[in-house]
Design a protein around this ligand. Structure first.
Ligand SMILES: Cc1cc2nc3c(=O)[nH]c(=O)nc-3n(C[C@H](O)[C@H](O)[C@H](O)COP(=O)(O)OP(=O)(O)OC[C@H]3O[C@@H](n4cnc5c(N)ncnc54)[C@H](O)[C@@H]3O)c2cc1C
Length: 215
């Protein structure tokens, strides 16, 4: 991805609330790295679809994977234009007027064409995905065997054409509403790990499990 503070194409230029637009690599990487899921929008002969799927980042590409039988992966692998989105909600913004309610968020929109990861590089990419989910786990879990790898498609899309949008802060009420006796402010929210649930008795607890609920 080109390091830029300006949009790289007309379709990535944030027009509405343009001051919330971000185009730098660090912001985009941070939004992707904080996500487990993206949504892939594409067109086929049945219409327009937007399908959620797991994702991870390596360098300047976003990766997805799944069964060879997935319609979404087959269409994406065929070289059609896609739009990938990621959204994190950081808070509900409660204003004094109904009209000025909002949300705090970090979001990314990525345009491009997926490319297929060749068979000999799939295992390494899937290890990277496992490391994102739980650092160290790719050395603990049984690796995919030849049959499992053959049944799996791994794709990546360049991060070269992307926009981010971020809203922070409190409500923007008009002057005449400021004296209204109604609670206004932000209800912050986050995605948080909860207490791990072991699948039967376990002889040891890896660090990524012990730290899960604290993260
Ligand atoms: C959690 C959340 C809740 C939202 N709720 C609302 C709502 O209720 N009503 C509403 O109108 N809008 C809402 N938005 C903002 C919405 O995503 C759009 O930015 C906004 O509607 C303007 O759309 P547009 O197509 O006119 O944008 P334009 O500014 O015309 O978009 C131009 C280009 O900017 C980029 N872009 C636009 N929006 C985003 C984005 N969110 N993230 C990254 N890149 C972007 C894309 O590349 C797009 O093609 C919300 C966003 C988030 C993340």
């Amino acid at each position: 991805m080109t390091q830029t503070t300006a949009p790289v194409s007309d379709r990535t230029r944030v027009r509405r609330e343009a001051d919330r637009g971000r185009y730098d690599k660090e912001t985009l990487h941070a939004i992707i790295d904080a996500a487990y899921v993206c949504h892939i929008a594409f067109n086929d002969d049945k219409g327009t679809h937007c399908i959620p799927t797991a994702c991870w980042r390596e360098d300047d590409h976003l990766y997805i994977h799944g069964s060879n039988g997935s319609r979404m992966l087959k269409v994406a692998a065929a070289g059609l234009q896609v739009c990938v989105t990621i959204t994190h909600i950081d808070g509900l913004v409660l204003a004094r007027s109904a009209f000025n309610h909002s949300m705090n968020y970090r979001s990314a929109v990525i345009y491009g064409v997926f490319e297929r990861i060749p068979d000999e590089r799939k295992a390494g990419r899937l290890d990277a995905f496992m490391e994102k989910l739980a650092p160290g786990r790719s050395r603990e879990a049984r690796p995919g065997d030849a049959t499992e790898l053959a049944a799996t498609t791994v794709l990546r899309v360049s991060l070269a054409e992307a926009a981010c949008k971020i809203r922070t802060g409190g409500p923007h009420d008009s002057e005449e509403d400021m004296s209204r006796d109604v609670w206004a402010g932000v209800l912050p929210m986050t995605t948080a790990g909860q207490t791990p649930i072991p699948d039967g008795p376990m002889s040891r607890m890896p660090d990524y499990v012990a730290k899960w609920a604290a993260d």
